[in-house]
Each structure stands twice: as structure tokens, then as C-alpha cells.
Design a protein around this ligand. Structure first.
Ligand SMILES: Nc1ncnc2c1ncn2[C@@H]1O[C@H](COP(=O)(O)OP(=O)(O)O)[C@@H](O)[C@H]1O
Ligand SMILES: [Mg+2]
Length: 247
């Protein structure tokens, strides 16, 4: 059974439509990618699932329970965490204070120290900088901190909104290694990306969004081979060398 089920989600920003009709499912232990170019509706979809914006139509269910309309803090405490686009850190607060905020929704407060240990083991850089304001961190470290903060709520489902955005290629590779490691440890991932080859390499299943609707979906391995995806979304023309190699 699907852990997360989104049915006919519509989200409006006043008169503007953020997403028009999104239906998707995430099963336990899967990595699901949400793909699409700028403005397709990835952030809106993840924000609605996380309870940061209220849907105007449709239903979001988590392990059989309708969660659409519930506030963000209630949703975090059910085991869904979001590492948001642009990180949204408190730049004047230290690394440790930012991480502690991630643990606010923990039902069992005694878990907090174990979670700090886990995040610091995953990102030793954050341990070194625990007393530094988040505003002094590099882009790569800020992404680690946003991810670490999400992990501090001990989620079952981790949602990541464009984690590779603005990171140097070497850092992106390290980040994706970390995501693969978290997945092997049992975490379910819902990953929004514009960088489609990256996301398809780690995902089991993917949805391609276009102007607020699902344009295409399927197993990641199939979408990797799909000509429509390759031409429209992978930008194969800008990457003709790779295409020739792949054939
Ligand atoms: N705060 C907002 N106010 C008005 N329109 C918005 C807002 N956020 C997003 N939108 C619009 O909603 C649509 C989907 O945007 P978004 O979810 O941010 O897409 P993506 O994350 O895929 O780039 C776009 O047309 C965008 O302009
Ligand atoms: Mg976005």
C-alpha cells in the first residue's frame, strides 16, 4: 500500500494556479522523483504535502489518514519532513540551534541526542561548525544543514526540494551519495529536481510535471530511455556527445 497518496491536488495562489491536478503515490522504501522545469509545480506540491500551503482541491493521505488541511507541525510529527528549496535556515542562529529546531516536533524528546549524533556522523563538517552561525556556512554546508534539520524530526519520508541547486558538481555527487546511504538505511525519499539525470539515477519511479499537471510518469529506468523525456527535459541536444555514447 502506498504510504503517501496525493489525489487531484490543486493549489492556488490567489487567482493564480500553482498546481492544477497532481496525483502521485510513494511506497515505503522507494525513492520517487518529481521532475520538471522551473515553474512546473514541484515546490508547490511538496509545500502542500508538508502542510505549508493549503490545497484548494484534492486529497493528501499519509498511511491511510487524510492530512491535507493539517498544519505543518502536525504533519512533521507524523514522520514527513521537508528540506526546502533555498534551505530556509535561520542565518543568525548556530548550526546546532538550527538542528534543534528540526527536532521541535519530536514526540519523544529523549531521542534528540541520538539524532544529533546521527546527523553529526553523517555530516562531520556540521559537527565541526556546530557553534557557528548558519550564515557563515558555504552553500554545500547549508544544504547539509537543511538536510540535517529535516532528519532531526526522525522522518519516515524525507522530501527534498532541489537539493542540488547552486552546488558545485563535486558537492552534488557527495550529496547524492548521502541520499543513497539514507535510502539504504530505510528512509523513503521524495525528491524534486530539475537535474533529471541525477534524480533518475537514484529514483525507482518518477513523475514529470508540466505546468501544474503530471505530463508523464513511470519507472525511472523507463523514463531514462523515453525519447520524449530525453528531448524535452534532459536537454539532450545540449549534450549530444553523451547521447551518441549512450547508443
Ligand atoms: N508565492 C507564489 N505566488 C504566486 N504564484 C506562485 C507562488 N509560488 C509559485 N507560484 C507559481 O506557481 C507555479 C508553480 O511554481 P513552483 O511550485 O514554484 O514550481 P517549481 O518548484 O517546479 O519551479 C508557477 O507558475 C509559479 O509562478
Ligand atoms: Mg521549486
Amino acid at each position: 500500500m502506498a504510504e503517501l497518496k496525493v489525489e487531484h491536488l490543486e493549489v492556488r495562489y490567489g487567482d493564480l494556479v500553482g498546481v492544477a491536478d497532481i496525483s502521485l503515490q510513494v511506497e515505503a522504501g522507494q525513492v520517487v522523483a518529481l521532475l520538471g522545469s522551473n515553474g512546473a509545480g514541484k515546490t508547490t506540491t511538496l509545500s502542500a504535502i508538508a502542510g505549508l500551503i493549503a490545497p484548494s482541491r484534492g486529497r493528501i493521505a499519509w498511511r491511510g489518514e487524510t492530512i491535507s488541511g493539517q498544519p505543518a507541525y502536525a504533519i512533521v510529527s507524523k514522520g514527513l519532513a521537508l528540506s526546502p528549496e533555498g534551505w530556509r535556515l535561520f542565518v543568525g542562529q548556530t548550526v546546532e540551534q538550527n538542528l534543534r529546531l528540526g527536532a521541535t516536533a519530536l514526540a519523544d524528546r529523549s531521542r534528540q541526542n541520538a539524532l544529533f549524533d546521527r546527523v553529526y556522523a553523517l555530516f562531520p563538517r556540521l559537527a565541526e561548525r556546530r557553534r557557528q552561525p548558519a550564515g557563515t556556512l558555504s552553500g554545500g554546508e547549508r544544504q547539509m544543514l537543511a538536510l540535517g534539520r529535516a532528519l532531526m524530526s526522525e522522518p519516515r519520508l524525507l522530501m527534498l526540494d532541489e537539493p542540488s541547486l547552486g552546488l558545485a558538481p563535486a558537492l552534488v555527487e557527495t550529496l547524492y551519495d548521502t541520499l543513497a546511504q539514507l535510502h539504504r538505511q530505510g528512509l523513503t525519499l521524495l525528491l524534486a529536481e530539475q537535474s533529471i539525470p541525477l534524480a533518475l539515477a537514484i529514483a525507482n519511479y518518477a513523475y514529470v510535471l508540466q505546468t501544474g499537471r503530471i505530463a508523464l510518469e513511470g519507472p525511472a529506468a523507463e523514463l531514462e530511455r523515453n525519447e520524449q523525456v530525453r528531448e524535452i527535459y534532459l536537454g539532450v541536444r545540449a549534450n549530444a556527445g553523451n547521447q551518441a555514447q549512450a547508443r
